[in-house]
Design a protein around this ligand. Structure first.
Ligand code: FPP
Length: 246
């Protein structure tokens, strides 16, 4: 059944080059099983592997995952600790496979807020996978879109103050070049799991023309077949970018 889905995806061309995902619902997944929330995050880690493999099989070029927001720093210390431990576990467990699969991992966000051990682990994974050319996997941690835009404004202002940039030349391209995602095209498709209808301060600039796909599936239950279903839905959309149909 899922092989048939992948065949349909490949048959209908126009696979989104860049897919962004808000991985939501880990807490609810755990609650329905009467488990503590970190168990939901742990199960969510397996879903990350599923979507990476599903994206590789479908020929997606860039996958950007929202793993930890700036606002998430306000969660109880115990949950933050569990998430950071999981991040390190993910890195230890997946580095070799990601490298062998040709996945280049980058972490996007305010990485200076990470503790020294998590910081060393994310730097290590980025370094070990830098040569990957099949899929760019961006994992957003300590990420907030408004903070990212504020940082871009600060960088542009500093260049202008130093006399290296004429403020009259600041255009949309210049802003895009100063975002964490500068090296990538904007997402074509945004997937949000667990049914919430919000952007939650994720890629506000970059998602301007993305198609949005919301599923009620909770993140730990999300499989590669769900990813392919989302791509099939995308392939049936008409993208107009503000223009009329031809
Ligand atoms: C949202 O669910 C999910 C998170 C805040 C964490 C996402 C983390 C993972 C998927 C696992 C680790 C991933 C990597 C890449 C190591 P929620 O807790 O807000 O769920 P709820 O809305 O049901 O409470």
């Amino acid at each position: 059944m899922s092989d048939e889905l992948l065949r349909q995806v490949q048959l209908h061309g126009s696979v989104p080059a860049h897919i962004a995902i808000i991985m939501d619902g880990n807490g609810r997944w755990a609650r329905t099983r009467a488990l503590p929330r970190p168990f939901g995050h742990k199960a969510g880690m397996s879903a990350v592997r599923e979507v990476v493999e599903g994206a590789l099989a479908a020929g997606v070029e860039v996958l950007t995952l929202f793993a930890f927001s700036q606002e998430n720093w306000q969660r109880p210390a115990e949950e933050i600790g569990a998430l950071m431990d999981l991040l390190e576990e993910y890195i230890t467990r997946e580095t070799q496979d990601l490298r062998a699969q040709g996945v280049a991992v980058r972490f996007l966000g305010d990485l200076d807020r990470l503790g020294p051990s998590a910081r060393a682990a994310v730097d290590r994974l980025m370094e070990h996978t830098a040569a990957g050319s099949k899929l760019a996997l961006n994992i957003c941690i300590s990420y907030g879109s408004r903070a990212e835009l504020t940082r871009a404004a600060r960088l542009l202002a500093a260049e202008a103050a130093a006399g290296r940039l004429d403020p009259a030349e600041i255009d949309e391209e210049a802003i895009s070049r100063h975002l964490y995602t500068a090296a990538f095209p904007d997402p074509d498709l945004l997937i949000r799991t667990s049914g919430e209808l919000r952007l939650s301060n994720f890629l506000l600039w970059q998602l301007a023309y993305a198609e949005i796909f919301v599923t009620s599936v909770l993140w730990p239950d999300f499989t590669r077949a769900h990813l392919w279903e989302a791509i099939r839905a995308y392939q049936q959309r008409e993208r107009r970018f503000g223009k009329v149909s031809l």
